[in-house]
Design a protein around this ligand. Structure first.
Ligand SMILES: NC(=O)C1=CN([C@@H]2O[C@H](COP(=O)(O)OP(=O)(O)OC[C@H]3O[C@@H](n4cnc5c(N)ncnc54)[C@H](O)[C@@H]3O)[C@@H](O)[C@H]2O)C=CC1
Ligand SMILES: O=C(O)[C@@H]1CCC=N1
Length: 275
């Protein structure tokens, strides 16, 4: 990827994507990250060997791609600061902020920008990310391909043609690593109650999550069949799954994902009202 990429923001999500890009072969010298805090910049420079810059405007000057990776609440201030420079150089802009629509960001950047909205997730750090992407009308086919290439360097990419569907993407992948981490926490706690040492329990739970994911990904069978294959009639798994179904685990997951998508929509409204 012969593009110079500038990340505005060097936090959890930016460093996950940058780490994944470097692992996939992007030269650290083609990547710049910004943050107001010098110690944060020193840490990421030391860890990943990328360029760092405290000045957002200077950092976007030479960039082909600008990834906006700050919290949604400060996005307007950042966009207005970048507006003159971006207006001049017209890079491809990719926003990873939850709940901030493309039209609003484009407007804050002065209008007429090629803008891709991306909802990534933190497993991008280990190259197993899952991102949803949406392009506004100004994005060329070439820029779409570049966005795909960029995010495929850290995982899988799914394009949506209706921007509102990014709320569903947030529920099923953007926020979802946390659901699995909760599951690992709960399984470890329960296994400790059953007598296993915590470290052993954690290793077994995480490896099982990894194994189940790899199997589900590679198998021709759907998850329901794979689940059934573990459940010997009258056996142990059947008892565990029956308990989960009785406890309405599917409803709990559906309600949590609805709450997540609703919050993405609510954030968009809150931010639009404030600005
Ligand atoms: N953490 C996650 O799992 C995901 C986060 N996102 C989105 O990614 C964005 C960033 O989230 P995180 O990385 O989790 O937050 P974070 O708090 O870890 O990172 C924010 C970064 O922005 C920097 N920053 C603050 N003010 C700045 C300014 N004026 N100029 C430049 N940089 C500035 C901070 O120093 C920090 O490096 C958010 O908009 C969030 O919605 C999207 C998908 C997943
Ligand atoms: O919790 C959040 O708002 C961000 C967006 C998706 C994952 N983390």
């Amino acid at each position: 990827m012969a593009s110079r990429i500038t990340f505005i923001g060097a936090g959890n999500m930016a460093s996950a994507i940058i780490g994944g890009l470097i692992d996939s072969g992007v030269a650290p010298t083609d990547i710049t990250a910004t943050a107001p805090n010098a110690s944060e910049l020193d840490a990421i420079k030391e860890r990943l060997g990328i360029n760092t810059q405290a000045d957002n405007v200077a950092a976007v000057g030479e960039a082909d791609v600008v990834v906006l990776a700050v919290k949604p609440q400060i996005m307007r201030a950042v966009c207005e600061e970048l507006k003159p420079s971006i207006h001049e150089t017209r890079p491809l802009v990719i926003s990873i902020a939850a709940g901030l629509d493309a039209a609003t960001i484009d407007q804050w950047l002065g209008g007429g920008n090629a803008l891709v909205r991306c909802m990534p997730n933190t497993p991008s750090l280990v190259g197993i990310g899952a991102s949803g992407l949406y392009a506004n009308a100004a994005v060329s086919e070439e820029q779409r391909a570049l966005s795909t290439q960029l995010m495929e360097a850290v995982g899988i990419v799914e394009w949506v043609e209706n921007e509102a569907l990014l709320e569903a993407v947030t529920a099923v992948s953007g926020s979802a690593p946390a659901y699995f981490f909760l599951m690992f926490e709960a399984m470890e706690e329960a296994a400790v109650k059953l007598g296993l040492p915590a470290e052993t329990a954690r290793r077994l739970a995480i490896q099982t999550g990894l194994g189940a994911s790899a199997m589900a990904q590679r198998s021709d069978h759907d998850p329901a069949t794979l689940k059934q294959n573990v459940m010997s009639p009258g056996g142990t798994t059947e008892r565990a799954i029956a308990h989960m179904e009785e406890a309405q685990m599917r409803t709990i997951i559906a309600d949590a994902m609805q709450a997540c998508a609703d919050r993405a929509a609510e954030m968009a409204k809150e931010l639009a009202k404030k600005n």
